[in-house]
Design a protein around this ligand. Structure first.
Ligand code: DC
Length: 196
């Protein structure tokens, strides 16, 4: 049975960095599920059809990391038919041996509720805005509004809202260097592997 690590949390909390590092450390596959919603959001036209017909080219677009793509993703992610269209792909990805790390908003709650490890990664609004501003070369105040806007939409939607699974381990990366956050996550996974 593959080992699944589910990582959720708000935008720019550090979950993507932790997910990539865990996948590298344990030799697991990694899926940034936000890219599926970003690719759906930027395609234009009917988002349900876009989600049903996503191609490898859509996922390789160079503009997917922009703040605009993030907002477009958050809007289409509130449509239940869009979410439903992306479930099979995520389940197939998670079923790969020897294991998979998926990061997003609903991985531990909806997509992989039986994951062996669930992490919920958070950081203060100020820290997240500063990180995103540095990453995109943008203004921190504008990034703060953008993140808060997106978090509100992602948390308040009716279908698969952003929230921790009851058995998720919370990692607050506000005052942690990347190495420290990654070491904390690796320690949590190692303990779960020893216990299981
Ligand atoms: O992780 P990200 O910032 O790339 O995600 C972009 C948007 O996609 C996010 O604001 C909400 C949506 N999303 C989602 O609803 N569910 C996921 N599993 C991943 C992302």
């Amino acid at each position: 049975m593959p080992f699944i690590i589910a990582i959720d949390g708000p935008a720019a909390s550090g979950k993507g960095t932790i997910a990539r590092a865990l996948a590298g450390h344990f030799g697991f596959h990694h899926l940034d599920t936000g890219l599926l919603y970003r690719a759906t959001g930027v395609r234009g036209g009917d988002p349900v059809i876009a989600a049903r017909t996503l191609s490898a080219d859509d996922l390789a677009r160079p503009d997917l990391r922009s703040a605009e793509a993030g907002q477009a993703a958050s809007r289409v992610a509130a449509i239940p038919e869009v979410r439903a269209a992306l479930v099979d792909f995520q389940h197939r990805f998670a079923a790969q041996e020897p294991g998979a790390v998926l990061d997003g908003r609903d991985i531990g709650t909806v997509i992989c509720p039986d994951a062996q490890v669930k992490l919920y990664v958070v950081a203060s609004d100020r820290v997240r805005a500063a990180r995103r501003a540095a990453e995109l070369g943008a203004d921190p105040a504008r990034m703060l509004t953008e993140l808060q806007d997106r978090d509100r939409r992602d948390s308040e939607r009716a279908t698969a809202p952003l929230r921790p699974a009851p058995d998720a381990v919370v990692i607050d990366t506000s005052d942690m260097a990347i190495d420290q956050a990654v070491a904390t996550a690796i320690g949590t996974v190692e303990r779960a592997r020893e216990a299981g």
